[in-house]
Design a protein around this ligand. Structure first.
Ligand SMILES: NC(=O)c1ccc[n+]([C@@H]2O[C@H](COP(=O)([O-])OP(=O)(O)OC[C@H]3O[C@@H](n4cnc5c(N)ncnc54)[C@H](OP(=O)(O)O)[C@@H]3O)[C@@H](O)[C@H]2O)c1
Length: 331
């Protein structure tokens, strides 16, 4: 397949003229080096993309870079023997839009070591409805189960429930046999959350308690928001339950005590999707394509945008207005 002389990309700058981002025409030579050229079919919008695209968070470590931490598409050319023209591949995290040009581009050049062959059981479109958000939710469950989380321990709380990670976590966890309690600031979306598999929908006030130990209410959970809600979730988790910390939509801070850990044996597990080792990465994608594949991907994909529409999606996301996932489409 011939690569056009120039193509559209959403690029982020930070220089004497200030922090800015938008659509530009680029050539292949403008992109970070790599063994594989991909014609991008889909990307997605994650909270981190909104921080990077607006400059509201320090995500990029060099400038300029093409935005977008996720991409999926067809290999156009490969200098690595593991991939051939026409192969379907995906990349999530892996330095995209951090230290290398990312997925908001009609063509991307990627390093073979980060490329994942699209697993059987997923389409390219489905892989990007999942994207980093789905990968993170599944990685959290993998880590919790490695530490003996089981449905019998009690319900898993999911905070930031209406967001991308939250929506996918509800679907994945309930499919894996857990009772899920969705914690949301959007009471009007209770029907949506129940339709994904939430057995109960709780307001954020359910995690507003402030004592070091509270009555046990959850078997564990996945936290996407940080701050006092995470501290409260730890205080309400049953002995030997696990709480996975994935996000900071509310706050990067965590003021807590050692009591949940030393009295109840509660574990606080970190979830860092971007730096996951390749063997774990492949295992997570295998699960997402098989026994943990969410059943409601079409419902969770609430919005599609082209590269032109990204700034509007970023603003809504940073204002806490997310509902499910936004898929980025290409011509
Ligand atoms: N560790 C990792 O590898 C990793 C990977 C992906 C994402 N993340 C992080 O996980 C978080 C969620 O990402 P996402 O892509 O799912 O974002 P998102 O789609 O924008 O979802 C965020 C959700 O958080 C809730 N929220 C927003 N502001 C809040 C506030 N001030 N207080 C309490 N809740 C608030 C809202 O849910 P409700 O209205 O339903 O409460 C919102 O829908 C982000 O912090 C992101 O950086 C981390």
């Amino acid at each position: 397949m011939a690569i056009p002389g120039s193509f559209n990309a959403f690029r982020i700058h930070n220089d004497a003229a200030g922090y800015r981002s938008g659509l530009e025409r680029l050539t292949l030579d403008d992109l970070s080096p790599g063994e594989i050229v991909v014609k991008v079919a889909f990307s997605s919008v994650n909270f981190k993309d909104a921080l990077a695209g607006t400059g509201k968070g320090r995500i990029l470590r060099e400038f300029p870079l093409v935005g977008g931490i996720d991409l999926a598409g067809h290999v156009v050319s490969s200098a690595d023997p593991r991939f051939r023209e026409g192969d379907e591949v995906l990349v999530t995290g892996s330095g995209l839009s951090e230290t290398r040009d990312g997925g908001y581009s009609e063509y991307a050049r990627i390093e073979a070591k980060w490329a994942i062959a699209l697993p059987i059981g997923l389409s390219l479109r489905e892989s990007m409805i999942l994207g980093t958000a789905g990968f993170t939710a599944a990685l959290a469950l993998l880590r919790m189960e490695e530490n003996r989380q089981a449905p019998a321990l009690g319900p898993l709380a999911v905070t930031g429930a209406t967001g991308g990670v939250g929506s996918l976590a509800i679907d994945i966890f309930s499919r894996a046999g857990y009772t899920v309690h969705a914690v949301t600031g959007k009471a009007e979306q209770a029907g949506y959350l129940q339709s994904l598999g939430a057995a109960e929908v709780l307001g954020r006030d359910a995690l507003a308690t402030t004592r070091p130990l509270e009555s046990v209410r959850f078997g564990g959970g996945l936290d996407n928001v940080g701050g006092p809600m995470l501290a409260s979730l730890l205080a309400q988790t049953r002995p030997y339950g696990n709480v996975a910390s994935a996000g900071l939509a509310a706050s990067p801070e965590l003021a807590t005590t050692v009591m949940p850990h030393i009295i109840r044996g509660v574990s606080l597990l970190g979830v860092a999707s971007a730096g996951t080792a390749r063997d774990i990465r492949e295992e997570v994608w295998r699960r997402l394509a098989s026994d943990w594949k969410p059943r409601h991907l079409d419902r969770i994909c609430t919005r599609e945008t082209t590269l032109e529409g990204l700034p509007e999606v970023f603003d809504a996301m940073l204002a806490g207005g997310s509902l499910g996932r936004t898929l980025v489409t290409f011509p």
